[in-house]
Ligand binder design. Structure first.
Ligand SMILES: Nc1ncnc2c1ncn2[C@@H]1O[C@H](COP(=O)(O)OP(=O)(O)OP(=O)(O)O)[C@@H](O)[C@H]1O
Length: 603
Protein backbone atom coordinates (compact mmCIF):
# COMPACT_ATOMS: atom_id res chain seq x y z
CA UNK A 1 0.00 0.00 0.00
CA UNK A 2 1.35 3.44 -0.89
CA UNK A 3 1.20 6.61 1.13
CA UNK A 4 -1.20 9.14 -0.33
CA UNK A 5 -2.02 12.36 1.45
CA UNK A 6 -5.62 13.46 1.37
CA UNK A 7 -5.75 17.10 0.28
CA UNK A 8 -9.18 18.57 -0.50
CA UNK A 9 -8.73 22.15 0.69
CA UNK A 10 -7.27 24.55 -1.96
CA UNK A 11 -5.50 26.47 0.84
CA UNK A 12 -4.02 23.35 2.45
CA UNK A 13 -0.44 24.17 3.48
CA UNK A 14 0.68 20.91 1.93
CA UNK A 15 0.02 22.43 -1.50
CA UNK A 16 3.08 24.10 -3.08
CA UNK A 17 1.83 27.53 -4.07
CA UNK A 18 3.03 28.94 -7.36
CA UNK A 19 3.92 25.52 -8.80
CA UNK A 20 2.03 24.53 -11.92
CA UNK A 21 1.92 21.65 -14.40
CA UNK A 22 2.62 18.01 -13.66
CA UNK A 23 4.25 18.66 -10.28
CA UNK A 24 1.17 20.56 -9.13
CA UNK A 25 -1.06 17.69 -10.31
CA UNK A 26 0.91 15.16 -8.27
CA UNK A 27 0.93 17.50 -5.28
CA UNK A 28 -2.85 18.01 -5.41
CA UNK A 29 -3.38 14.25 -5.71
CA UNK A 30 -1.42 13.75 -2.48
CA UNK A 31 1.42 11.79 -4.07
CA UNK A 32 3.96 14.58 -3.48
CA UNK A 33 4.25 17.00 -0.57
CA UNK A 34 4.90 20.67 -1.11
CA UNK A 35 8.47 20.11 0.11
CA UNK A 36 9.06 17.35 -2.49
CA UNK A 37 7.75 19.68 -5.19
CA UNK A 38 9.60 22.77 -4.06
CA UNK A 39 12.98 21.05 -3.77
CA UNK A 40 12.61 19.51 -7.24
CA UNK A 41 11.41 22.76 -8.82
CA UNK A 42 14.10 24.91 -7.21
CA UNK A 43 17.07 22.68 -8.07
CA UNK A 44 15.75 22.04 -11.60
CA UNK A 45 15.41 25.81 -12.12
CA UNK A 46 19.02 26.34 -11.07
CA UNK A 47 20.36 23.99 -13.77
CA UNK A 48 17.73 25.04 -16.32
CA UNK A 49 15.99 21.66 -16.44
CA UNK A 50 12.53 22.31 -17.83
CA UNK A 51 11.33 18.79 -18.70
CA UNK A 52 8.24 18.05 -16.66
CA UNK A 53 9.01 14.33 -16.65
CA UNK A 54 12.51 14.89 -15.24
CA UNK A 55 11.25 17.35 -12.63
CA UNK A 56 8.64 14.78 -11.64
CA UNK A 57 11.30 12.06 -11.33
CA UNK A 58 13.32 14.37 -9.06
CA UNK A 59 10.34 15.06 -6.79
CA UNK A 60 9.50 11.35 -6.64
CA UNK A 61 13.10 10.64 -5.59
CA UNK A 62 12.79 13.15 -2.73
CA UNK A 63 9.51 11.47 -1.80
CA UNK A 64 11.17 8.03 -1.83
CA UNK A 65 13.83 9.11 0.67
CA UNK A 66 11.16 10.65 2.85
CA UNK A 67 9.47 7.22 2.90
CA UNK A 68 12.66 5.33 3.81
CA UNK A 69 14.00 4.30 0.41
CA UNK A 70 17.45 5.37 -0.73
CA UNK A 71 16.40 5.55 -4.39
CA UNK A 72 13.42 5.15 -6.67
CA UNK A 73 12.73 2.71 -9.49
CA UNK A 74 10.60 4.80 -11.83
CA UNK A 75 9.17 1.87 -13.79
CA UNK A 76 8.04 0.05 -10.65
CA UNK A 77 6.61 3.19 -9.11
CA UNK A 78 4.71 4.12 -12.27
CA UNK A 79 3.32 0.61 -12.31
CA UNK A 80 2.22 0.43 -8.67
CA UNK A 81 1.38 4.00 -7.78
CA UNK A 82 0.13 4.59 -11.31
CA UNK A 83 -2.49 1.89 -10.74
CA UNK A 84 -3.74 3.76 -7.64
CA UNK A 85 -3.71 7.15 -9.39
CA UNK A 86 -4.74 6.43 -13.00
CA UNK A 87 -5.85 10.04 -13.62
CA UNK A 88 -2.40 11.49 -13.07
CA UNK A 89 -0.19 12.31 -16.07
CA UNK A 90 2.38 9.54 -15.53
CA UNK A 91 4.96 9.40 -18.35
CA UNK A 92 3.72 6.79 -20.82
CA UNK A 93 7.00 4.91 -21.31
CA UNK A 94 8.95 4.35 -18.06
CA UNK A 95 12.04 3.10 -19.91
CA UNK A 96 12.18 6.29 -21.98
CA UNK A 97 11.49 8.29 -18.80
CA UNK A 98 14.48 6.72 -16.99
CA UNK A 99 16.63 7.34 -20.07
CA UNK A 100 15.56 10.99 -20.22
CA UNK A 101 16.46 11.44 -16.54
CA UNK A 102 19.86 9.83 -17.21
CA UNK A 103 20.63 12.46 -19.89
CA UNK A 104 19.45 15.38 -17.77
CA UNK A 105 21.74 18.19 -16.71
CA UNK A 106 20.70 17.22 -13.17
CA UNK A 107 22.63 13.97 -13.67
CA UNK A 108 25.43 14.85 -16.09
CA UNK A 109 26.51 18.14 -14.47
CA UNK A 110 29.93 18.25 -12.76
CA UNK A 111 28.15 18.48 -9.41
CA UNK A 112 25.09 16.30 -10.01
CA UNK A 113 21.94 16.55 -7.95
CA UNK A 114 20.69 13.17 -9.12
CA UNK A 115 22.53 9.93 -9.89
CA UNK A 116 21.25 6.97 -11.85
CA UNK A 117 22.15 3.38 -12.51
CA UNK A 118 20.42 0.96 -14.86
CA UNK A 119 17.45 0.61 -12.54
CA UNK A 120 17.35 3.36 -9.94
CA UNK A 121 17.37 7.15 -9.59
CA UNK A 122 19.10 8.56 -6.48
CA UNK A 123 19.65 11.84 -4.76
CA UNK A 124 23.41 12.28 -5.06
CA UNK A 125 24.05 11.89 -1.32
CA UNK A 126 22.46 8.44 -1.06
CA UNK A 127 24.26 7.16 -4.15
CA UNK A 128 27.55 8.26 -2.60
CA UNK A 129 26.69 6.65 0.73
CA UNK A 130 25.80 3.29 -0.85
CA UNK A 131 28.92 3.33 -3.00
CA UNK A 132 31.17 4.25 -0.09
CA UNK A 133 29.73 1.62 2.24
CA UNK A 134 29.95 -1.14 -0.37
CA UNK A 135 33.53 -0.16 -1.23
CA UNK A 136 34.66 -0.04 2.41
CA UNK A 137 33.16 -3.45 3.13
CA UNK A 138 34.65 -4.99 0.01
CA UNK A 139 38.04 -3.43 0.85
CA UNK A 140 37.83 -5.04 4.28
CA UNK A 141 37.05 -8.41 2.70
CA UNK A 142 40.16 -8.10 0.47
CA UNK A 143 42.60 -7.74 3.36
CA UNK A 144 44.67 -10.71 4.45
CA UNK A 145 42.52 -12.27 7.17
CA UNK A 146 43.58 -12.35 10.82
CA UNK A 147 45.76 -15.34 11.67
CA UNK A 148 44.61 -16.83 14.97
CA UNK A 149 46.57 -19.41 16.93
CA UNK A 150 44.73 -22.48 15.63
CA UNK A 151 45.40 -24.79 18.55
CA UNK A 152 44.31 -22.17 21.09
CA UNK A 153 41.28 -21.30 18.97
CA UNK A 154 40.19 -24.94 18.84
CA UNK A 155 40.62 -25.31 22.60
CA UNK A 156 38.75 -22.08 23.40
CA UNK A 157 35.92 -22.93 21.02
CA UNK A 158 35.51 -26.32 22.70
CA UNK A 159 35.63 -24.73 26.16
CA UNK A 160 33.26 -21.85 25.45
CA UNK A 161 30.94 -23.51 22.91
CA UNK A 162 30.73 -27.08 24.28
CA UNK A 163 28.93 -29.96 22.62
CA UNK A 164 26.21 -30.28 20.02
CA UNK A 165 24.01 -27.63 21.63
CA UNK A 166 26.52 -24.92 20.72
CA UNK A 167 27.50 -26.30 17.29
CA UNK A 168 25.84 -23.55 15.29
CA UNK A 169 27.21 -20.75 17.47
CA UNK A 170 30.65 -22.42 17.57
CA UNK A 171 30.84 -22.46 13.80
CA UNK A 172 29.73 -18.79 13.64
CA UNK A 173 32.39 -17.89 16.23
CA UNK A 174 35.12 -19.77 14.39
CA UNK A 175 34.27 -17.93 11.18
CA UNK A 176 34.27 -14.62 13.04
CA UNK A 177 37.67 -15.36 14.60
CA UNK A 178 39.10 -15.80 11.10
CA UNK A 179 37.57 -12.68 9.51
CA UNK A 180 37.76 -8.92 9.97
CA UNK A 181 34.03 -8.49 9.33
CA UNK A 182 31.17 -10.66 10.58
CA UNK A 183 27.44 -10.16 10.24
CA UNK A 184 25.75 -12.25 12.91
CA UNK A 185 22.04 -12.58 12.23
CA UNK A 186 19.15 -14.50 13.73
CA UNK A 187 15.67 -14.14 15.15
CA UNK A 188 14.85 -13.67 18.83
CA UNK A 189 16.32 -16.29 21.14
CA UNK A 190 18.68 -17.78 18.55
CA UNK A 191 21.62 -17.04 20.82
CA UNK A 192 23.23 -14.05 19.11
CA UNK A 193 24.22 -12.35 22.37
CA UNK A 194 25.40 -15.64 23.84
CA UNK A 195 27.57 -16.28 20.79
CA UNK A 196 28.85 -12.70 20.86
CA UNK A 197 29.91 -12.73 24.52
CA UNK A 198 31.63 -16.09 24.14
CA UNK A 199 33.31 -14.95 20.93
CA UNK A 200 34.68 -11.88 22.71
CA UNK A 201 36.29 -14.18 25.27
CA UNK A 202 37.80 -16.23 22.41
CA UNK A 203 39.25 -13.08 20.83
CA UNK A 204 40.58 -11.79 24.15
CA UNK A 205 42.29 -15.13 24.74
CA UNK A 206 43.99 -14.85 21.33
CA UNK A 207 45.22 -11.35 22.15
CA UNK A 208 46.62 -12.47 25.52
CA UNK A 209 48.40 -15.46 23.94
CA UNK A 210 49.94 -13.17 21.31
CA UNK A 211 51.29 -10.90 24.06
CA UNK A 212 49.16 -8.04 22.72
CA UNK A 213 47.72 -5.38 25.04
CA UNK A 214 44.25 -6.17 26.45
CA UNK A 215 41.65 -6.18 23.70
CA UNK A 216 39.84 -2.85 23.35
CA UNK A 217 36.18 -3.57 22.62
CA UNK A 218 33.48 -1.05 21.68
CA UNK A 219 29.94 -2.26 22.27
CA UNK A 220 27.50 0.04 20.49
CA UNK A 221 23.85 0.15 19.52
CA UNK A 222 21.63 2.68 17.75
CA UNK A 223 19.76 3.63 20.94
CA UNK A 224 20.77 4.08 24.57
CA UNK A 225 18.24 1.48 25.58
CA UNK A 226 19.63 -1.14 23.21
CA UNK A 227 23.17 -0.33 24.37
CA UNK A 228 22.20 -0.79 28.02
CA UNK A 229 20.50 -4.10 27.19
CA UNK A 230 23.57 -5.35 25.38
CA UNK A 231 25.84 -4.51 28.30
CA UNK A 232 23.53 -6.34 30.70
CA UNK A 233 23.13 -9.33 28.39
CA UNK A 234 26.89 -9.73 27.84
CA UNK A 235 27.48 -9.56 31.60
CA UNK A 236 24.70 -12.12 32.17
CA UNK A 237 26.18 -14.58 29.66
CA UNK A 238 29.53 -14.40 31.45
CA UNK A 239 27.91 -15.94 34.56
CA UNK A 240 27.48 -19.24 32.69
CA UNK A 241 29.94 -22.14 32.83
CA UNK A 242 33.07 -22.23 30.72
CA UNK A 243 34.49 -18.78 31.44
CA UNK A 244 37.54 -18.12 33.60
CA UNK A 245 37.23 -15.66 36.50
CA UNK A 246 39.30 -13.14 34.51
CA UNK A 247 37.05 -13.47 31.47
CA UNK A 248 33.98 -12.93 33.66
CA UNK A 249 35.43 -9.80 35.23
CA UNK A 250 36.53 -8.49 31.83
CA UNK A 251 33.15 -9.10 30.14
CA UNK A 252 31.36 -7.43 33.05
CA UNK A 253 33.65 -4.42 32.75
CA UNK A 254 32.79 -3.75 29.10
CA UNK A 255 30.85 -0.54 28.58
CA UNK A 256 28.25 -0.04 25.87
CA UNK A 257 27.26 3.23 24.24
CA UNK A 258 25.13 4.59 21.46
CA UNK A 259 26.74 4.62 18.02
CA UNK A 260 26.52 8.42 18.03
CA UNK A 261 28.43 8.61 21.29
CA UNK A 262 31.02 6.09 20.10
CA UNK A 263 31.65 8.00 16.89
CA UNK A 264 31.73 11.35 18.71
CA UNK A 265 29.32 14.18 18.09
CA UNK A 266 30.47 17.19 16.13
CA UNK A 267 28.78 20.46 16.99
CA UNK A 268 29.16 21.72 13.42
CA UNK A 269 27.69 18.74 11.59
CA UNK A 270 24.86 16.30 12.34
CA UNK A 271 25.83 13.66 9.75
CA UNK A 272 29.59 13.66 10.35
CA UNK A 273 31.43 12.54 13.47
CA UNK A 274 34.74 13.08 15.26
CA UNK A 275 35.83 9.59 14.27
CA UNK A 276 35.96 9.10 10.56
CA UNK A 277 38.30 7.73 7.88
CA UNK A 278 41.08 10.05 9.03
CA UNK A 279 40.54 9.65 12.79
CA UNK A 280 39.59 6.06 13.21
CA UNK A 281 38.26 4.43 16.35
CA UNK A 282 41.03 3.02 18.54
CA UNK A 283 39.20 -0.25 19.30
CA UNK A 284 40.32 -3.72 18.22
CA UNK A 285 36.73 -4.99 18.07
CA UNK A 286 33.69 -2.88 17.24
CA UNK A 287 30.32 -4.52 17.88
CA UNK A 288 26.99 -3.05 16.75
CA UNK A 289 23.89 -4.69 18.17
CA UNK A 290 20.39 -4.14 16.77
CA UNK A 291 21.98 -3.42 13.40
CA UNK A 292 18.62 -3.63 11.62
CA UNK A 293 17.82 -0.19 13.09
CA UNK A 294 20.90 1.48 11.65
CA UNK A 295 20.32 3.86 8.76
CA UNK A 296 22.47 3.97 5.63
CA UNK A 297 24.09 7.23 6.74
CA UNK A 298 25.04 5.98 10.20
CA UNK A 299 26.30 2.60 8.99
CA UNK A 300 28.48 4.24 6.35
CA UNK A 301 29.96 6.58 8.96
CA UNK A 302 30.58 3.71 11.35
CA UNK A 303 32.27 1.42 8.84
CA UNK A 304 34.57 4.18 7.57
CA UNK A 305 35.67 4.84 11.17
CA UNK A 306 36.65 1.23 11.92
CA UNK A 307 40.37 0.49 11.44
CA UNK A 308 40.98 -2.04 8.66
CA UNK A 309 42.77 -4.28 11.16
CA UNK A 310 39.92 -4.12 13.71
CA UNK A 311 37.16 -6.62 13.85
CA UNK A 312 33.70 -5.39 12.95
CA UNK A 313 30.76 -7.44 14.22
CA UNK A 314 27.29 -6.41 13.08
CA UNK A 315 24.60 -8.23 15.06
CA UNK A 316 20.89 -8.10 14.34
CA UNK A 317 17.70 -9.53 12.94
CA UNK A 318 17.14 -8.50 9.31
CA UNK A 319 13.44 -9.39 9.53
CA UNK A 320 12.71 -6.52 11.91
CA UNK A 321 11.55 -3.07 10.88
CA UNK A 322 14.34 -1.12 9.26
CA UNK A 323 15.74 2.22 10.41
CA UNK A 324 13.49 5.25 10.77
CA UNK A 325 15.76 7.09 8.36
CA UNK A 326 16.41 5.85 4.83
CA UNK A 327 17.89 2.43 4.21
CA UNK A 328 17.49 -1.29 4.88
CA UNK A 329 21.16 -1.80 5.45
CA UNK A 330 21.29 -5.07 7.35
CA UNK A 331 18.90 -6.79 4.97
CA UNK A 332 20.81 -5.41 1.98
CA UNK A 333 24.17 -6.59 3.30
CA UNK A 334 22.81 -10.09 3.84
CA UNK A 335 21.27 -9.97 0.33
CA UNK A 336 24.43 -8.61 -1.30
CA UNK A 337 26.55 -11.40 0.16
CA UNK A 338 24.13 -14.17 -0.68
CA UNK A 339 25.81 -16.74 -2.90
CA UNK A 340 29.30 -15.26 -2.38
CA UNK A 341 32.02 -17.77 -1.50
CA UNK A 342 33.54 -15.70 1.30
CA UNK A 343 30.37 -14.40 2.88
CA UNK A 344 30.82 -12.88 6.34
CA UNK A 345 27.17 -13.59 7.18
CA UNK A 346 26.65 -16.12 9.99
CA UNK A 347 22.96 -16.86 10.36
CA UNK A 348 21.74 -18.53 13.55
CA UNK A 349 18.48 -20.45 13.24
CA UNK A 350 18.25 -22.73 16.30
CA UNK A 351 15.72 -21.38 18.75
CA UNK A 352 17.02 -21.74 22.33
CA UNK A 353 13.97 -20.54 24.22
CA UNK A 354 12.26 -23.92 24.27
CA UNK A 355 8.50 -24.05 24.54
CA UNK A 356 8.48 -20.45 23.44
CA UNK A 357 5.15 -19.77 21.75
CA UNK A 358 6.24 -16.19 21.12
CA UNK A 359 9.06 -17.58 18.97
CA UNK A 360 6.67 -19.86 17.09
CA UNK A 361 4.29 -17.00 16.45
CA UNK A 362 7.11 -14.66 15.41
CA UNK A 363 8.44 -17.30 12.98
CA UNK A 364 4.99 -17.74 11.42
CA UNK A 365 4.69 -13.97 10.98
CA UNK A 366 8.22 -13.70 9.57
CA UNK A 367 7.56 -16.51 7.10
CA UNK A 368 4.25 -15.01 5.98
CA UNK A 369 2.24 -17.98 7.27
CA UNK A 370 -0.97 -16.27 8.42
CA UNK A 371 -2.89 -19.54 9.01
CA UNK A 372 -0.19 -20.82 11.34
CA UNK A 373 -0.04 -17.48 13.18
CA UNK A 374 -3.81 -17.53 13.77
CA UNK A 375 -3.62 -21.16 14.87
CA UNK A 376 -0.94 -20.31 17.48
CA UNK A 377 -2.92 -17.29 18.65
CA UNK A 378 -6.08 -19.38 19.07
CA UNK A 379 -4.41 -22.37 20.75
CA UNK A 380 -5.07 -21.05 24.24
CA UNK A 381 -1.43 -20.55 25.29
CA UNK A 382 -1.28 -18.07 28.14
CA UNK A 383 1.78 -16.44 26.59
CA UNK A 384 0.28 -15.52 23.20
CA UNK A 385 -3.29 -14.47 22.58
CA UNK A 386 -5.52 -12.41 20.36
CA UNK A 387 -8.19 -10.28 22.03
CA UNK A 388 -10.91 -9.38 19.55
CA UNK A 389 -14.12 -7.45 19.99
CA UNK A 390 -15.41 -3.93 20.33
CA UNK A 391 -14.37 -3.30 23.91
CA UNK A 392 -11.07 -1.68 23.10
CA UNK A 393 -10.98 0.67 26.09
CA UNK A 394 -11.87 -2.11 28.54
CA UNK A 395 -9.17 -4.35 27.11
CA UNK A 396 -6.51 -1.66 27.24
CA UNK A 397 -7.57 -0.70 30.75
CA UNK A 398 -7.18 -4.28 31.97
CA UNK A 399 -3.78 -4.62 30.39
CA UNK A 400 -2.25 -1.24 31.21
CA UNK A 401 -3.90 0.24 34.30
CA UNK A 402 -2.63 -2.22 36.96
CA UNK A 403 0.97 -1.43 35.98
CA UNK A 404 0.29 2.31 35.81
CA UNK A 405 -1.21 2.18 39.30
CA UNK A 406 1.71 0.16 40.64
CA UNK A 407 4.16 2.68 39.12
CA UNK A 408 2.29 5.55 40.71
CA UNK A 409 2.18 3.85 44.10
CA UNK A 410 5.90 3.00 43.99
CA UNK A 411 6.75 6.55 42.90
CA UNK A 412 4.66 8.08 45.68
CA UNK A 413 6.51 6.05 48.29
CA UNK A 414 9.78 7.17 46.64
CA UNK A 415 10.71 3.66 45.54
CA UNK A 416 12.50 4.44 42.26
CA UNK A 417 13.75 0.88 41.73
CA UNK A 418 10.29 -0.62 42.05
CA UNK A 419 8.75 1.98 39.78
CA UNK A 420 11.43 1.45 37.12
CA UNK A 421 11.05 -2.33 37.36
CA UNK A 422 7.30 -1.92 36.85
CA UNK A 423 7.96 0.25 33.81
CA UNK A 424 9.80 -2.60 32.10
CA UNK A 425 7.16 -5.15 33.01
CA UNK A 426 4.62 -4.09 30.40
CA UNK A 427 4.33 -1.83 27.38
CA UNK A 428 1.44 -1.08 25.06
CA UNK A 429 2.80 -0.91 21.51
CA UNK A 430 0.88 0.94 18.81
CA UNK A 431 1.39 1.12 15.06
CA UNK A 432 0.26 4.74 15.06
CA UNK A 433 1.37 7.76 17.04
CA UNK A 434 -1.96 9.60 16.91
CA UNK A 435 -5.61 8.80 16.38
CA UNK A 436 -7.84 6.11 17.87
CA UNK A 437 -5.10 3.47 17.67
CA UNK A 438 -2.27 5.87 18.52
CA UNK A 439 0.15 5.80 21.44
CA UNK A 440 -0.54 9.45 22.36
CA UNK A 441 -4.27 8.82 22.63
CA UNK A 442 -3.81 5.88 24.98
CA UNK A 443 -1.21 7.63 27.11
CA UNK A 444 -3.76 10.41 27.72
CA UNK A 445 -6.46 7.84 28.44
CA UNK A 446 -4.31 6.08 31.06
CA UNK A 447 -3.70 9.45 32.73
CA UNK A 448 -7.47 10.01 32.83
CA UNK A 449 -7.98 6.66 34.52
CA UNK A 450 -5.37 7.64 37.11
CA UNK A 451 -7.21 10.98 37.59
CA UNK A 452 -10.38 8.99 38.31
CA UNK A 453 -8.49 6.89 40.87
CA UNK A 454 -7.16 10.02 42.56
CA UNK A 455 -10.51 11.84 42.43
CA UNK A 456 -8.83 14.90 40.94
CA UNK A 457 -6.71 15.83 37.94
CA UNK A 458 -3.08 14.92 38.36
CA UNK A 459 -0.58 17.56 37.30
CA UNK A 460 -0.04 17.84 33.55
CA UNK A 461 2.24 16.90 32.07
CA UNK A 462 4.22 16.05 35.21
CA UNK A 463 2.91 13.95 38.09
CA UNK A 464 4.37 11.37 40.45
CA UNK A 465 4.48 8.03 38.70
CA UNK A 466 4.61 9.46 35.18
CA UNK A 467 6.84 7.18 33.10
CA UNK A 468 8.70 9.02 30.38
CA UNK A 469 10.46 8.18 27.16
CA UNK A 470 13.19 10.43 25.76
CA UNK A 471 12.50 11.08 22.07
CA UNK A 472 15.58 13.04 20.97
CA UNK A 473 19.28 12.87 21.75
CA UNK A 474 20.40 15.62 24.13
CA UNK A 475 24.17 15.68 24.16
CA UNK A 476 24.36 18.27 26.94
CA UNK A 477 22.37 16.12 29.35
CA UNK A 478 23.75 12.84 27.93
CA UNK A 479 20.22 11.65 27.30
CA UNK A 480 19.46 9.55 24.26
CA UNK A 481 16.48 8.80 22.15
CA UNK A 482 14.88 5.70 23.70
CA UNK A 483 16.00 6.30 27.30
CA UNK A 484 13.22 5.87 29.84
CA UNK A 485 12.61 7.24 33.31
CA UNK A 486 10.13 7.64 36.11
CA UNK A 487 8.84 10.75 37.90
CA UNK A 488 8.94 10.74 41.72
CA UNK A 489 8.19 13.35 44.41
CA UNK A 490 11.25 15.28 45.50
CA UNK A 491 11.13 17.99 48.17
CA UNK A 492 8.32 20.30 47.17
CA UNK A 493 8.37 19.21 43.56
CA UNK A 494 9.20 16.30 41.32
CA UNK A 495 12.32 14.65 39.96
CA UNK A 496 12.77 12.29 37.04
CA UNK A 497 15.06 9.30 37.40
CA UNK A 498 16.37 8.05 34.10
CA UNK A 499 17.32 4.42 34.15
CA UNK A 500 19.86 3.95 31.41
CA UNK A 501 23.42 2.85 32.14
CA UNK A 502 23.32 4.54 35.57
CA UNK A 503 20.50 6.11 37.61
CA UNK A 504 20.48 9.85 37.02
CA UNK A 505 18.14 12.47 38.37
CA UNK A 506 16.75 15.44 36.46
CA UNK A 507 14.42 18.32 37.19
CA UNK A 508 11.41 17.86 34.86
CA UNK A 509 11.91 21.37 33.49
CA UNK A 510 15.29 20.35 32.05
CA UNK A 511 13.81 17.55 29.97
CA UNK A 512 12.84 18.80 26.55
CA UNK A 513 11.81 16.02 24.20
CA UNK A 514 10.02 13.45 26.35
CA UNK A 515 6.65 11.76 26.16
CA UNK A 516 4.60 9.60 28.50
CA UNK A 517 5.55 5.95 28.18
CA UNK A 518 2.62 3.69 29.08
CA UNK A 519 2.21 3.30 25.33
CA UNK A 520 4.74 3.86 22.56
CA UNK A 521 4.97 3.23 18.84
CA UNK A 522 6.44 -0.02 17.59
CA UNK A 523 9.07 2.03 15.77
CA UNK A 524 10.23 3.57 19.02
CA UNK A 525 10.21 0.20 20.79
CA UNK A 526 12.93 -1.21 18.54
CA UNK A 527 15.95 -2.21 20.60
CA UNK A 528 13.88 -2.54 23.81
CA UNK A 529 12.34 -5.58 25.47
CA UNK A 530 9.61 -5.84 28.05
CA UNK A 531 8.36 -8.70 30.13
CA UNK A 532 4.85 -8.44 28.70
CA UNK A 533 3.79 -6.65 25.55
CA UNK A 534 0.33 -5.71 24.30
CA UNK A 535 0.09 -4.74 20.64
CA UNK A 536 -2.77 -2.53 19.53
CA UNK A 537 -3.45 -3.38 15.90
CA UNK A 538 -5.09 -0.67 13.81
CA UNK A 539 -7.81 -1.36 11.26
CA UNK A 540 -6.77 -3.72 8.51
CA UNK A 541 -6.57 -0.87 5.96
CA UNK A 542 -3.90 1.06 7.87
CA UNK A 543 -0.84 1.60 5.70
CA UNK A 544 1.39 1.11 8.75
CA UNK A 545 0.15 -2.42 9.36
CA UNK A 546 2.97 -4.54 7.93
CA UNK A 547 4.61 -7.89 8.54
CA UNK A 548 7.82 -6.22 9.73
CA UNK A 549 5.88 -4.06 12.18
CA UNK A 550 4.01 -7.02 13.68
CA UNK A 551 7.19 -9.13 13.86
CA UNK A 552 9.11 -6.32 15.56
CA UNK A 553 6.29 -5.76 18.08
CA UNK A 554 6.00 -9.45 18.97
CA UNK A 555 9.71 -9.89 19.43
CA UNK A 556 9.83 -7.12 22.06
CA UNK A 557 8.08 -9.51 24.49
CA UNK A 558 9.97 -11.79 26.84
CA UNK A 559 7.21 -13.75 28.55
CA UNK A 560 3.86 -12.93 26.95
CA UNK A 561 2.23 -10.98 24.18
CA UNK A 562 -1.39 -9.95 23.67
CA UNK A 563 -2.55 -8.77 20.27
CA UNK A 564 -5.57 -6.48 20.45
CA UNK A 565 -7.41 -6.38 17.13
CA UNK A 566 -9.14 -8.51 14.58
CA UNK A 567 -8.06 -11.66 12.76
CA UNK A 568 -8.31 -9.63 9.53
CA UNK A 569 -5.83 -7.11 10.93
CA UNK A 570 -3.36 -9.91 11.79
CA UNK A 571 -3.77 -11.36 8.29
CA UNK A 572 -3.46 -7.92 6.66
CA UNK A 573 -0.23 -7.25 8.56
CA UNK A 574 1.30 -10.58 7.60
CA UNK A 575 0.28 -10.06 3.96
CA UNK A 576 1.88 -6.61 3.65
CA UNK A 577 5.64 -6.19 3.30
CA UNK A 578 7.56 -2.97 3.84
CA UNK A 579 8.95 -2.15 0.43
CA UNK A 580 11.94 0.13 0.39
CA UNK A 581 13.94 0.64 -2.74
CA UNK A 582 17.70 0.48 -2.36
CA UNK A 583 20.60 -0.47 -4.57
CA UNK A 584 23.02 -1.41 -1.78
CA UNK A 585 22.73 -5.19 -2.21
CA UNK A 586 23.40 -4.92 -5.96
CA UNK A 587 26.20 -2.42 -5.43
CA UNK A 588 27.85 -4.71 -2.90
CA UNK A 589 27.45 -7.80 -5.09
CA UNK A 590 28.85 -5.92 -8.09
CA UNK A 591 31.82 -4.62 -6.08
CA UNK A 592 32.53 -8.16 -4.82
CA UNK A 593 32.34 -9.60 -8.33
CA UNK A 594 34.79 -7.01 -9.60
CA UNK A 595 37.20 -7.84 -6.78
CA UNK A 596 38.45 -11.29 -7.76
CA UNK A 597 41.53 -10.84 -5.57
CA UNK A 598 39.37 -11.04 -2.47
CA UNK A 599 41.07 -13.14 0.16
CA UNK A 600 38.35 -13.34 2.83
CA UNK A 601 38.17 -16.79 4.33
CA UNK A 602 35.79 -19.23 2.74
CA UNK A 603 33.11 -20.57 5.06
N1 LIG B 1 23.57 -23.00 22.77
C1 LIG B 1 22.65 -22.76 23.68
N2 LIG B 1 22.15 -23.75 24.42
C2 LIG B 1 21.19 -23.51 25.36
N3 LIG B 1 20.67 -22.29 25.61
C3 LIG B 1 21.15 -21.26 24.91
C4 LIG B 1 22.16 -21.43 23.91
N4 LIG B 1 22.41 -20.21 23.36
C5 LIG B 1 21.60 -19.33 23.98
N5 LIG B 1 20.85 -19.96 24.91
C6 LIG B 1 19.84 -19.33 25.78
O1 LIG B 1 18.79 -18.88 24.93
C7 LIG B 1 18.30 -17.62 25.35
C8 LIG B 1 18.45 -16.61 24.22
O2 LIG B 1 19.82 -16.38 23.97
P1 LIG B 1 20.36 -14.95 23.55
O3 LIG B 1 19.86 -13.92 24.49
O4 LIG B 1 21.83 -15.08 23.37
O5 LIG B 1 19.64 -14.82 22.14
P2 LIG B 1 19.49 -13.55 21.21
O6 LIG B 1 19.51 -14.06 19.82
O7 LIG B 1 20.53 -12.54 21.57
O8 LIG B 1 18.05 -13.10 21.62
P3 LIG B 1 17.30 -11.68 21.46
O9 LIG B 1 17.55 -11.23 20.07
O10 LIG B 1 15.90 -12.05 21.74
O11 LIG B 1 17.91 -10.80 22.50
C9 LIG B 1 19.08 -17.26 26.59
O12 LIG B 1 18.34 -17.64 27.71
C10 LIG B 1 20.34 -18.10 26.48
O13 LIG B 1 20.88 -18.43 27.75
Amino acid sequence: MTELLVIDDPFDRRLALGVTGVLADFNRAGVLTSADVRIAARVSDVVGETSEAVRLAFALTVRAVRNGSTAVELAELADELGAETPDLPWPADPVAWHAEVSRSELVVADVPALRVDDRLVYLDRYFELETELARDLVDRSRLAPPAPDDALLAADLTRLFPGEGYAEQRSAAEGAARRWTTILTGGPGTGKTTALARLLAVLASQATAAGAPPLRVALAAPTGKAAARMKEAVAAVSEAEGFTAEERAWLRSLEASTMHRLLGFRPDNSTRFRHDRRHRLPHDVVVVDESSMVSLTLMTRLVEAVRPDSRLLLVGDPDQLASIEAGTVLRDLVGGWTGQAASPVAHLVSEHRFGDEIGTLAAAVRDGDADRAIEVLRAGHPSVRLVEGDHLADTVQQLVLPGARAMRAAAERGDVEDALAELNRHRLLCAHREGPFGAETWNVQVERWLDEDAGHTLGRPWFAGRPVLVTENDRGLRLYNGDTGITVPSGDGLAVFVAEEERRRFAPSRLGAVQTAYAMTVHRSQGSQFDRVSVLLPDDDSRLLTRELLYTALTRAQSSVTLIGSEQAVRAAIGTRVLRASGLAERLAAALDSAPGAVGTAD
